[in-house]
Design a protein around this ligand. Sequence first.
Ligand SMILES: CC1=[NH+][C@H]2[C@@H](O1)O[C@H](CO)[C@@H](O)[C@@H]2O
Length: 495
Amino acid sequence: SPQVAAPRLVPEPSSVRTVPGVTFTLTRATRIVAGPGSGTAGPYLAGILRRSTGYRLPLVAGGGASRNVISLSLSGREKGEAYRLDVTRTAVRLEAGTAEGLFRGVQTLRQLLPPSVEAATVQRGPWTVPGVRVEDSPRFAWRGTMLDVARHFFTVRQVERYIDLAALYKINTLHLHLSDDQGWRIAINGWPRLATYGGSTEVGGGKSGYYTQADYTQIVRYAAARYITVMPEIDGPSHTNAALASYARLNCDDKAPPLYTGTDVGFSSWCIAKPVTYQLLDDVLGQLARLTPGPYLHVGGDEAHSTTAADYATYIGRIGPIVTGHGKKMVGWNEIGAGRLPAGSVAQYWNTATGSESGTQTAREAVAQGAKVVMSPANRAYLDMKYDENTRLGQDWAGLIEVRDAYDWDPATLVDGVTEKDVLGVEAPLWSETLVTDDDIDYMAFPRLPAIAEIGWSPQAARTWSDFRVRLAAQGPRWSALAVNYYRSPQVPWP
Ligand SMILES: CC1=[NH+][C@H]2[C@@H](O1)O[C@H](CO)[C@@H](O)[C@@H]2O
């Protein structure tokens, strides 16, 4: 039989074997068997397939015929996010050690079906799945993306839409940048003006907005149903103008600065000497800790150009115990390595420096304290960077990032002294100084977020640009079916 082409999957699984001459065809009689403990994967898959095939696809708990079924079941063999997917003529069998692993496997199964399966309305079949055996598990535990909802505010629905797109590529962490100079986006009991006044504007002075604690809980739940963990960030000591404008007593001179709608950075600072600063942070981080099931709180720490080095070290030394006191682990941008870090801390590397260049030492300082590192180098992983000089949206301070630049790097060798065992994973920040709409988010995140997702998931040895660009091209029709406004990079052979 003709050599069956390998399925074009992103991220590339650890192991894929095609079974020539075998095809499973989903029909109106197909049932989805979701075994005990299989979690949201069954209903999630059913929702997608019913919408585009128009088939009823009943979801049953088990038993009954074993032919013409898609079965999702827990097995003792796999653990964590690992899964196994077998497609035969008569059945699609997905096994994993956890419900999360099944959910990850469902994303692979989606990509084995025709792109029209992603459509929001009934499409014509046939709904065929090529015979394969996939055994898969992730390289890194932390595969994240950050949405900056401070520079421009995005509604709960817009965040949920971004979560669904990230879930396609096995992303498992959503970092929400909730506060900055231009906006405070989460309501805090006892400090109402943070959101009502601090959240009343944005870059360019456009629409205001903030999340009530019920809104935040809705986002957390929506993400959790896709096995995505939310990590909130309250940036400081700089990037704090919105809060300082909201309460005069937070300022060293008791004078509230005006609200800010520009895009400069580093001009603001908490008043490190004032006890009220730590009362505020204890209230804010305590409330967020209670609203956040995930293990991490992100305290920012970047660009403290208006805070002395001594005050910065004091600040990090004070905020660490506040975070751990509320039962969470501390994450911060890599500058936090200059302060005393509690056990379990994580430094998020965002510099462009590589090897042993100046700027990489902060990551090594954090590792020397026992911290782990999440790699977000701005000249590789920043989704707000322009693709090329013609890109209308985005910035270019870290350089231009075409798709290959986003893909062709290894987080475990980028910085000397930060090796595979020190790296928790990767994260792609989407800063929103220039982004307002869903189309803007799509254009900057696609196709580069899938590139970062593959770096986080696939074995390094399996990753080559020449192979990835072909597999990425096959995602184009899927994004069209999903109404994703992606950038048609000239580097990718789109169909
Ligand atoms: C960690 C970090 N601090 C800065 C820097 O990244 O660049 C971003 C824009 O690319 C900007 O929005 C952010 O405030």
